[in-house]
Write a protein that binds this ligand. Structure first.
Ligand code: B12
Length: 317
């Protein structure tokens, strides 16, 4: 099928391409970022504009991946090959890589490094886990259990606060690297992340920031212990559509209800507040009364981000 001479002219916005190819806007951006499948033009306001040729190619890639091919296997092939492959059975999945320690081994090695005050070894073990595992596995199955173990061994008097501080510093650095690694310069959605006033534990908030970045959201990270007025100001000034707060300790701070209400009162009505963390459940009634959403884990958070993205994409389509 030969394309019209102006088939390379950039004209279609991402929502139209998403509808025509059956691929979500996030997948279109991810394929472009990670595989360079197409190079759309830009509108005067910097928005992507796809050509007819782009749409044809993306539709071919979309149908092959729906047939079971991984994008990595087909992203570099010319359209003629893609057409020839349509309907052909995809190759069997590659045998599982025998590489890398198990998740449990990563936690054991990392904790061992914490006990030995060995920040360099801790950094190396955790970074190897980052490059070996999926973000969800690294956050939920390595960092979560490691931090819980650090906390319980500290409470049992088997670990000094100095070790906890060494671990915290290394973990914060690694989460910062992960969030910075994601190019979200043109992300359509922004989230403001931090902890409310009186909450000094901010690794949970860093996990949330890195998870949101991994989902293609732009992140404004505020850190720990911020009064409601400042969180609201940051959300308004950055045009964020979501505020995510982490509450880890204390679980009985009488100031939290007023803080959350003040935040709600100062945010534009369309900006949503989601709250999680080890101590969040203890404030469940307060959180709901302030109109915020309580989310108990990062899986729920990732799913929530996708739902918000879909709703907003439909609204703007
Ligand atoms: C790291 C740490 C510290 C560091 C904090 C550094 C920092 N910048 O964050 C330091 C050393 C400073 C510290 C200090 C203290 N700590 Co401390 N700390 C911890 C530790 C080891 C990890 C905490 C953490 O990062 N959790 C965050 C994540 C990893 O866990 P999580 O909350 O369950 O979150 C998960 C989900 O809920 C989700 N999530 C988290 N946030 C959010 C938000 C959203 C929106 C969503 C969707 C999801 C989500 O993601 C996570 C992964 O799945 C815990 C042990 C533990 N079991 O957690 C003790 C712990 C929290 N600390 C404790 C205590 C008592 C203290 C101190 C009072 C000790 C002292 N006497 O000085 C001080 C208090 C400081 C203060 N005023 O708050 C106790 C709290 C006891 C209690 N239940 O109330 C704990 C539980 C240790 C223990 N076992 O007793 N601590």
């Amino acid at each position: 099928m030969s394309l019209r001479p102006d088939a390379t002219e950039p004209r279609h916005p991402i929502q139209v391409v998403a509808r025509r190819t059956g691929l979500s806007a996030d997948v279109l951006r991810a394929w472009e970022r990670r595989f360079g499948v197409v190079e759309p033009g830009r509108s005067a306001t910097g928005r992507r504009r796809y050509s007819d040729a782009d749409v044809v190619r993306l539709a071919l890639l979309g149908s092959l991946t729906r047939e079971g091919w991984s994008i990595g296997q087909v992203a570099h092939l010319p359209n003629a090959d893609l057409r020839a492959m349509a309907g052909a059975a995809p190759p069997p999945p590659p045998p599982p890589r025998a590489s890398g320690p198990s998740v449990e081994q990563f936690v054991t090695d990392a904790f061992d490094a914490v006990r030995r005050y060995d920040a360099t070894a801790l950094d190396a073990h955790l970074w190897r886990a980052v490059v070996t595992l999926s973000p969800a596995d690294f956050f939920d199955r390595v960092l979560g259990p490691l931090l819980t173990q650090i906390g319980s061994r500290w409470r049992a008097g088997e670990l000094r606060p100095a070790s906890e501080h060494i671990a915290t510093a290394v973990i914060r650095r690694i989460l910062g690297r992960i969030a910075d690694a994601v190019d979200s310069s043109d992300a359509a959605r922004r989230v403001v992340v931090g902890t409310p006033a009186g909450q000094l534990h901010d690794i949970g908030a860093l996990l949330v920031a890195a998870s949101a970045a991994g989902e293609g959201w732009a992140v404004t990270y505020l850190g720990a212990d911020l009064p409601a007025e400042e969180v609201a100001a940051a959300a308004r000034r950055t045009g964020a559509c979501l505020v995510a707060l982490s509450i880890v300790h204390p679980a009985d701070d009488p100031a939290v209800p007023a803080e959350l209400q003040r935040l709600r009162d100062r945010l534009p009505p369309e900006v949503e507040v989601v709250i999680g963390g080890a101590a969040a459940e203890a404030y469940a009634a307060t959180i709901r009364a302030s109109g915020a959403t309580l989310l108990s884990n990062l899986d729920g958070f990732r799913a929530h981000l996708r739902a918000v993205a879909r709703t907003r994409a439909d609204k703007t389509a």
